[in-house]
Design a protein around this ligand. Sequence first.
Ligand SMILES: Cc1cc2nc3c(=O)[nH]c(=O)nc-3n(C[C@H](O)[C@H](O)[C@H](O)COP(=O)(O)OP(=O)(O)OC[C@H]3O[C@@H](n4cnc5c(N)ncnc54)[C@H](O)[C@@H]3O)c2cc1C
Length: 438
Amino acid sequence: MVDYKTIITDTFKTEILVVGGGAAGCIAATSAALEGKKTMLVERYGFLGGTSTYVLDTFYGFYIPGEKGRKVVGGIPDKVLNKLFDRKAAILRPNTYGAGTGVTYDPEILKVVWEELLTESGVNILLHSFVVDVVTDDKKVTGVIIVNKSGFFLVEADIIIDASGDADVVAKAGFPFDGIGGKEAVQSLTTTFRVLNVDYEAAKTFTKQQMWNWMKEANSTGKYRLPREEGSVHITTIPGVMATNMVRLSISDPTNISDLSKAEIEGRKQALDYFSFMKEYLPGYEKSELMNFSTQIGVRETRRVIGEYTLTKEDVLEARKFDDAILECGAPIEDHHNAAGTKWEYLDEGEVYQLPFRTLIPKDSKNLLVAGRCLSATHDAHASVRSIGQCMAMGQAAGTAAALAIQEGVELKSLDINLLQEKLTENGAMISLNKTFV
Ligand SMILES: Cc1cc2nc3c(=O)[nH]c(=O)nc-3n(C[C@H](O)[C@H](O)[C@H](O)COP(=O)(O)OP(=O)(O)OC[C@H]3O[C@@H](n4cnc5c(N)ncnc54)[C@H](O)[C@@H]3O)c2cc1C
């Protein structure tokens, strides 16, 4: 660790610190603050939402796929849905296949919804601030060092929730992780883009399969370079605007900034190739224009912490249940690997598995939790549990657990799981438990 003492401008103190303002971090901070704890959230960009606002426009994971599709995430995440629907900034896209019914929203409005949710809950939000290091005392992370235009600052906290997606705090504090540097390649990266001025009536006349066949045909002409001969395009909340998920790039370590920089440049180049293909091949797109690229390239997977428990592929596909369950998930394993297709593996119809609280506790840590895509899961299990619905539900569990641990004066590992589950279900979390709370 660098000796920052000489350059630190000021010190902040908070009870709970959330690092990263993605979907998981925003819900974690909201949940902690709603439990009455002094909560601060630090985010490197000038807006909240992470991947949910800088790459995407659809929440999956709230509903499970299949003929028996049903809602499995509720509670604090529902406050986000309600705020979006109230503003007419979201639509349901019913789906029995893929990842199930999606909630497609306007990502610009979602930025405001996140801000509203956190400010109404009393979270102290610090934007434009990057966590660069940690301060540790044995297995305790007593604070983090942040840097922004105003200087270097120390933020001290009783409990830290690492919702940075990349497990930056966990890695800096020296706790173990898998993913990058592990035996399996991490999932591919995607620059998303939106196009406007699409004739939707004409665009409805072709199927996904036809589009994929046209991609193959376009590739065979040698005029195009479309690495993923799949991908999707879907309606948005804005008439005439369609959103894509097509670009595919693979790098072994998306936290290596030199490689990530090259991927950003290549991603936009590839996106333009896909857009030219769309204009030439897809009915309804003849007069379309490029509206925007994602603010940054979408990163699906980097560090996955090694937790007190690691969710496995068998846990997912066999729909396993746990005594310390904090959420449920019925999303398939959706692995965007480095080839033309995507690997899908489904749970049995109507089934869900549960995520244990222990997957949010980095092994041997004392006052640290993770929430969101850096949880403890194998590569395959991660490819199922990483949907935004589940990341939000993890946030609710992490924020609530942090608040309860402070209230009870216990370490996170020793927190009474019944107390946590009771509080989560009281606040709307949808977990089927074979117990009654007294
Ligand atoms: C291309 C792509 C398509 C996807 N499609 C879907 C989909 O359609 N539906 C769906 O539900 N899921 C989808 N996913 C998965 C889902 O979006 C993510 O798993 C989820 O959004 C992760 O949320 P998170 O909060 O854990 O992390 P992130 O969204 O990565 O948020 C992390 C936050 O931490 C901040 N941060 C990072 N490091 C630091 C630091 N050191 N200091 C301060 N701040 C920091 C970041 O700026 C960011 O705001 C997709 C993912 C990708 C990449």
